[in-house]
Write a protein that binds this ligand. Structure first.
Ligand SMILES: C[S@@+](CC[C@H](N)C(=O)[O-])C[C@H]1O[C@@H](n2cnc3c(N)ncnc32)[C@H](O)[C@@H]1O
Length: 414
């Protein structure tokens, strides 16, 4: 007989989990997400479960199963590696008519745990009708396909869903379409209008439905750009016309991204707004060139600096003296055209001329390139190589770690 699918609302209801190994480590967090009051019975448990117990999120009885443990529970999960214990737990649950799942024996289980996942405002569950013979990876693969399809908008059920309104300010990550967050991708797929930046992961726009209006607000350095006040006005007017607006930005919206200005503009106009954090290029672009912004024994701090105005410019609020005197990693954004002035300032305030510098252009994109140099040489090297924005400049000894990784990588891939 086919199983009867049900969504259990476990908020405040006690669930007994017997066993503290790998299966329990997977089940307990999901039960907690559903609001269950978890009682864990096991003499020993995995470290992650011990942490949950220490934090008071679950109750842990550090002993073996005892008859009577099922009393007062709504659901029982028997997941020890001893079939005899699991059978005893199941028998007690059956006798008191409580649903139970046996991790070791589907045929003896009163209920089966589906492969499940969240896609926006729906939870998807996939059960094989014959889990004894089916490969559980098959259910998981179907679940993954459905979740990914909904998240990307390729599986769309727009009719019948409650319409989303307002504006979502979405951090799109550094450029590789795989580096947007799941939530960002899902909200993008639901948008009626998308306002996009030049450095946002534009290849995702190709996946949108034909009726989605795409507005290019791209800011080309020193070139044509949609003024910020026009962007704000467009967000507000489209939202007020009843459309769901996605504002797709590069990196994280609140890291030199003017995202908060857009939030304020929406709120001042009474438009509901949400922010989806993004993977900032300040960290992701160095990582994509194997440069860790911190490294034990090398750098305990990193400073992220916008160089959209040069040192010495009256609009600059950056303390170059402090940065020159520190040993921390410097991550410089919007710095390519002002590298000479930056290097001069850092040398003046104490950084050594042979401090390693890495300039990473088009990070995470197929056109990514990295120029390695020193503080003294970097301006000339970048000019010789014709490096253009967008680029991240990393100053500090962490650049040497990337060189070490590169040598080892060659050996591993050879
Ligand atoms: C206006 S800032 C926006 C930063 C963005 N909000 C973030 O969190 O990554 C633009 C600067 O970010 C850096 N940047 C963004 N994406 C980049 C990429 N894919 N490769 C190199 N640098 C990038 C460059 O320094 C560029 O000039």
């Amino acid at each position: 007989m086919d199983p009867y699918l049900l969504g259990l609302r476990l908020g405040g209801r006690r669930v007994l989990v017997v066993g503290g190994g790998g299966v329990a480590s997977r089940r307990v967090p999901a039960l907690l997400d559903a609001g269950a009051e978890v009682l864990l019975v096991s003499p020993k448990v995995a470290a992650s479960l011990e942490d949950l117990a220490a934090a008071g999120r679950i109750r842990w009885a550090a002993r073996g199963y005892q008859a009577g443990d099922c009393a007062g529970t709504w659901l029982v999960c028997a997941c020890t590696d001893d079939p005899g214990v699991n059978a005893a737990v199941a028998a007690e649950a059956e006798a008191q008519r409580t649903w139970y799942v046996r991790a070791d024996d589907a045929a003896e289980s009163a209920a089966w745990t589906p492969a499940s996942g969240r896609a926006g405002d729906v939870r998807v569950g996939v059960l094989s009708v014959d889990p004894e013979r089916a490969d559980p990876r098959h259910s998981a693969a179907i679940r993954d396909a459905v979740v990914a399809g909904v998240q990307s908008g390729q599986l769309s059920a727009r009719h019948g869903r409650r319409r989303q309104g307002g504006v979502a300010i979405i951090g799109g990550g550094p450029g590789d379409p795989g580096l947007i967050t799941v939530r960002g991708r899902q909200l993008l797929a639901e948008a009626d209008v998308v306002l996009t930046d030049r450095l946002a992961p534009r290849s995702l726009l190709d996946e949108l439905r034909d009726d989605v209006e795409i507005i290019d607000a791209g800011k080309i350095p020193y070139g044509r750009a949609m003024a910020q006040e026009h962007i704000n006005a467009a967000l507000v007017s489209h939202a007020q016309a009843g459309r769901f607006v996605a504002r797709l930005k590069g990196g994280d919206p609140f890291v030199f991204g003017r995202g908060a200005e857009e939030v304020l503009a929406c709120l001042r106009a009474g438009v509901p707004v949400t922010v989806v954090p993004g993977v900032t290029s300040a960290v992701a672009v160095p990582a994509s060139a194997w440069v860790p912004v911190t490294h034990r024994g090398v750098a305990q701090e990193f400073h992220v600096v916008s160089v959209h105005v040069a040192p010495g410019d009256e609009r600059s609020t950056v303390n170059w003296e402090l940065l020159g005197g520190s040993q921390g990693t410097l991550v410089l954004l919007m710095a390519v055209e002002r590298l000479g002035a930056v290097a001069g300032e850092l040398l003046r305030y104490g950084r050594s001329p042979d401090t390693p510098v890495s300039v990473i252009a088009d990070g995470t994109l197929p056109t990514q390139r990295t120029i390695n140099s020193t503080l003294e040489q970097v301006e000339n090297r970048v000019a010789e190589e014709g490096v253009r924005p967008p680029a991240i400049v990393v100053v500090g000894d962490v650049v040497n770690v990337a060189a070490e990784i590169a040598v080892l990588m060659r050996d591993v891939t050879a």
